[in-house]
Design a protein around this ligand. Structure first.
Ligand code: GRF
Length: 193
């Protein structure tokens, strides 16, 4: 299965997907990596692995993902023969026409046990709420903010003395296990096995 990855940051989840492919636990390849941030480390990592990359031109908008840009990205993903789109730390809301181009084929990883703590910096939300446990979620993307159907979740404890950084780091370790496992689950479903 050909994956397309969209990310805005360091790309550690993309790296975890690549590691799972290398280890033979995920039967896929990453066909293209796209970012709205030209300097994002996710693009450097991808180039180092010989993966096609591209920058998403968001027309100067800081947070919006304009329709024209979404249409361009849909075409670029299709040209790379992408079958499943994985958002990995992508900081813009996906809407039509990208959703229409890949119906039920866009996944996202979120650093909380959805529906708890949607939106930004969920690990800080979890600390502020004083919960004993948080986690991470891989879900299908719909037009809402972190609202699509859940595929897999993993729990992560909040420990005494946790800082936002220590909690986020523990959640990311879980994310790196969860994302490849969730992709495999979707792949099995799509292939009817
Ligand atoms: C992850 O914590 C993910 O849950 C969130 O953004 C972060 C991306 O990290 N959506 P990375 O770029 O994969 O290292």
């Amino acid at each position: 299965m050909v994956l397309g990855v969209l990310g805005s940051g360091s790309g550690s989840n993309m790296q975890a997907i690549l590691d799972a492919i290398d280890a033979g636990t995920l039967d896929a390849r990453i066909g293209i990596v796209l970012s709205d941030q030209p300097g994002a480390f996710i693009l450097t990592r991808a180039r180092q692995c010989g993966i096609e990359t591209g920058v998403i031109d968001c027309r100067g908008f800081r947070t919006k993902f304009p329709d024209e840009a979404q249409a361009e990205i849909a075409a670029r993903l299709q040209a790379a023969k992408v079958e499943l789109v994985c958002l990995a730390g992508f900081m813009r809301l996906v809407k039509r026409p990208l959703l229409d181009a890949f119906p039920d084929r866009i996944l996202n990883i979120h650093p909380a046990l959805l529906p708890a703590f949607p939106g930004l910096e969920s690990w800080k939300q979890a600390l502020a709420a004083g919960v004993a446990e948080t986690g991470c979620t891989v879900h299908f993307v719909d037009a809402g903010m972190d609202t699509g159907p859940i595929i897999l979740q993993e729990r992560v404890p909040v420990l005494p003395g946790d800082t936002p950084e220590s909690l986020h780091a523990r959640i990311q370790v879980a994310e790196h296990r969860l994302y490849p496992a969730a992709i495999t689950r979707v792949q099995m479903h799509l292939q009817g096995t």
